[in-house]
Design a protein around this ligand. Sequence first.
Ligand code: BGC
Ligand code: CA
Length: 442
Amino acid sequence: MKKRVLALSMASLMAFGLVGCSGGSSETAQTTAAAGSEAAGETTATGDTGAKADAEVANKDKPLVWFNRQPSNSSTGELDMNALSFNDSTYYVGFDANQGAELQGTMVKEYIEKNIDTIDRNGDGIIGYVLAIGDIGHNDSIARTRGVRKALGTGLEKDGAIVSDPVGINTDGTSTAVQDGSIEVNGKTYVVRELASQEMKNSAGATWDAATAGNAIGTWASSFGDQIDVIASNNDGMGMSMFNAWSKDNKVPTFGYDANNDAVAAIAEGYGGTISQHADVQAYLTLRVLRNGLDGVDIDTGIGTPDEAGNVLSDDVYVYNEDERSYYALNVAVTADNYQDFTDSTKVYEPVSNQLDAASHQEKTVWLDIYNASDNFLSSTYQPLLQKYDDLLNLKVDYIGGDGQTESNITNRLGNPSQYDAFAINMVKTDNAASYTALLSQ
Ligand code: BGC
Ligand code: CA
């Protein structure tokens, strides 16, 4: 292991030297600034924009980061360690799904307790909620469903884990995927029931689909609207769609996840709350691990160990799990109490906002895809952050926006990996890592 790391950094050092001879860094930087290829959906090729990938490094040895969708089995959740350790410079960057899920569940529960006098809208002693599920095979989505069910006591255990299947409609409380929970406040016990839940997948196959969630709440509300006291959603994209379609007017709180700008702003208008997954830290880590791989330095540089520009993260905002080769940002609950601090989700995280020196960290080219160009979180929060950090880290990134449905829509646009120095991949489906690594292994 040590030896391979050394070999790799030697290779990067040599590569570094070569690039140094073949073109000045200032020249490269200028050409790039003029190229302006930073828009999702654009399939700009890098070849003609100035920065050239290093021909000496094989594609299979180039730094690779998976982000937002962790290579894993979509039915069992088991991590795909082949993909996660594809080469010595391969990592995953995401957030701590369990810690975040627990926060989301607790946030909903505390809201119910605090508003117990008014929450049961039809006064039947049952606190009814509906749940929007993002993707039944995505481990983060599964964790969030479990987190809500756990906190509200509606979860049923199977094989040591809470069942995360959608219930469809469960207004009568007979579903076998959940149970009725109970909550005791001021000596009075209330039943908590998951009235309905479904995966928000559109007919073309896109998951986490906001429009589908907006339609679902319409359907649910028209048949059992007065029973709905709370709405929980696996993300803000779907949550805001339900809020705008129904919950805002009916004064029913909706709880989401991601802390997108529009959701945080909506807290002032009755949106119940959301969870920040510290996208400002994740976006940094996504590009930072690539930068470190390209520089051939210790992976902890500018992460747990300050770099020469002073960038460093404290351990209250992320954890690194070496066995899983994964960096996980930590989550923070955003509610009426603190939302003022979260109004700009695209602001870089101050402790890692220092520009790297262009002479010692020469410009490199990165291929990066967003699985669905219209995903709210990725397009309105994550990508704008990446676009700020790429400048600070001297990376020229080509952003490729997928259709959210088919992997080939994205892999087709990785036709010539040799044009790039490093890769950042956001898969459509967590099972599909091999479709990408196969291209890099050719
Ligand atoms: C985000 C969702 C997003 C999904 C896409 C999740 O981590 O919270 O909002 O749609 O990733 O994969
Ligand atoms: Ca009720």
